[in-house]
Design a protein around this ligand. Sequence first.
Ligand SMILES: Nc1ncnc2c1ncn2[C@@H]1O[C@H](COP(=O)(O)OP(=O)(O)OP(=O)(O)O)[C@@H](O)[C@H]1O
Length: 253
Amino acid sequence: MTPPLLARGVEVDLAGGPVVKGIDLTVGTGEFVTLLGANGSGKSTLVRALVGLIPARGTIELFGTPLTRFRERWRLGYVPQRPGSAAGVPATVREIVTSGRLSHRPVMGFASRSDRVAVTEAIEHVRLTAKADQPITELSGGQQQRAYIARALVANPQLLVMDEPTAGVDAESAEVLAGLIGHLVSDHGMAVLLVAHELGPMRPLVDRAVVVDAGRVAYEGRVEDIPSDHPHDHPHSGAPERIRPVQEEGPLG
Ligand SMILES: Nc1ncnc2c1ncn2[C@@H]1O[C@H](COP(=O)(O)OP(=O)(O)OP(=O)(O)O)[C@@H](O)[C@H]1O
């Protein structure tokens, strides 16, 4: 079966030089793969290349189609790292989630009844119904992250790519997210690529871990078998979740 994601020999250069140095990665249908690695190892850069946000060399195919020719955007959901709050008048939760249906609509089309139903359901799934019409800026960090996840999920993607969705979010939000993702993987066969420092409640969902070190794959296999000398926050270490500074990056995806 054609995998949702197939990457071979992916290389990315940023201003300072090579950051991703020849990575092979496959995510199969219904498979949950996590990308682990130390800060600055290239995980975010890799996933941004995989979803087409930045240029890369090598082969990247989504559902068997080369990335450059991939048009079925609804099949891919992407939750970027720590979306910053919007400047100007902040959008409500419902508006943000509705924007996730754009890939289902004709250009400039109005939201259909099915769009509205899908949006209401996605907001319910991340348990934000009571906050649906509040500006996103009035929500906690964890609730904001849930809204962005609802936006990624409202199009019913078959591959969901998430960049540290639970970094710095409250425990309840992390649990809600893990429950929801687990349901979508087991009942709908959604594939997941998760960048994480701490797996937390997502850990039981993981099929395969890929540890990135200095732009290369240093380990691939079961989470339980990751050698402890690999430079990442080892899942057995019990280290507290690292709270990282909010990045100056607008919401994408
Ligand atoms: N826009 C950019 N221009 C130049 N260099 C960058 C840019 N973004 C990231 N880098 C550098 O690329 C390297 C990899 O960064 P990246 O964010 O991909 O790592 P990461 O593994 O996701 O780290 P973290 O866990 O901290 O998010 C780092 O050295 C970083 O400083």
